[in-house]
Design a protein around this ligand. Structure first.
Ligand code: URA
Ligand code: SF4
Length: 216
């Protein structure tokens, strides 16, 4: 079962000390959601709230992602969310291309090999650079399908933290872009799994499922 395989991987992930990022974080943060999901959303790296709770995309970016998913008729328990880099970079800086590749080849690749998603949504540049190529720019590439090195069908969209930094008309436009990208991703899944249930009857309150963790 995929969920058992992911559970084993999660235990191994918690023990990873392969790179210096580990020293600035409470512990690695893995993934959340349905191991049998045909769609995987890949963010950048954990922030402070994610590091505290051990859940990806639970902080401000995650809350906005949840709203966007709800608008596109998806809930977090029915999809799977994860990150390129598993340990929070100190000061929430953007991980480098090398840090992304080093962590993702160790962990993300193993997750994807188990999950075998039909569609991957890259949230922002870090995921686009890893899955596509470092030369790509999110503003030009979002909304366009590409194949990852491993042959997964991928589409990139703006990272929720980018939406949070915009305001006014540009924010409205970018939010619509994200909505259309999420719909495109959903429709692509439905081509191969027409009856997939993307949505629970209520949005998921991740704070009800996770509690704070501490350094030990
Ligand atoms: N931003 C991300 O890309 N991932 C998280 O888990 C939190 C914020
Ligand atoms: Fe391991 Fe990735 Fe954390 Fe580095 S960032 S210690 S590779 S889990």
């Amino acid at each position: 079962m995929k969920s058992n395989e992911l559970q084993t991987l999660a235990t191994q992930l918690l023990n990873c000390t392969a790179c210096p990022l580990r020293q600035g974080a409470i512990a690695p943060v893995g993934w959340f959601g349905n191991a049998d999901s045909p769609i995987v959303f890949i963010g950048e790296s954990p922030g402070g709230v994610e590091d505290n709770y051990g859940c990806p995309l639970i902080g401000p970016s995650g809350q906005l992602l949840d709203k966007a998913l709800w608008a596109a008729k998806m809930t977090r328990d029915r999809v799977l969310t994860t990150n390129i880099v598993k340990c929070r970079p100190k000061g929430n800086r953007t991980p480098t291309i090398e840090e992304g590749a080093s962590c993702a080849t160790r962990w993300l690749e193993k997750e994807l090999a188990i999950i075998q998603p039909k569609v991957i949504v890259a949230l922002g540049s870090v995921a686009l650079h890893y899955l596509g190529s470092p030369e790509l720019r999110i503003t030009r590439s979002r909304g366009q399908w590409f194949k990852s090195k491993q042959g997964f069908d991928c589409i990139a969209t703006y990272h929720p933290s980018y939406l949070l930094r915009l305001s006014g008309h540009s924010q409205v436009t970018a939010k619509w872009d994200v909505f259309h990208d999420l719909e495109a991703a959903r429709n692509k899944v439905l081509e191969s799994i027409p009856d997939y249930n993307f949505m629970s009857i209520e949005p998921i309150d991740l704070f009800a499922l996770f509690s704070k963790r501490t350094l030990n």
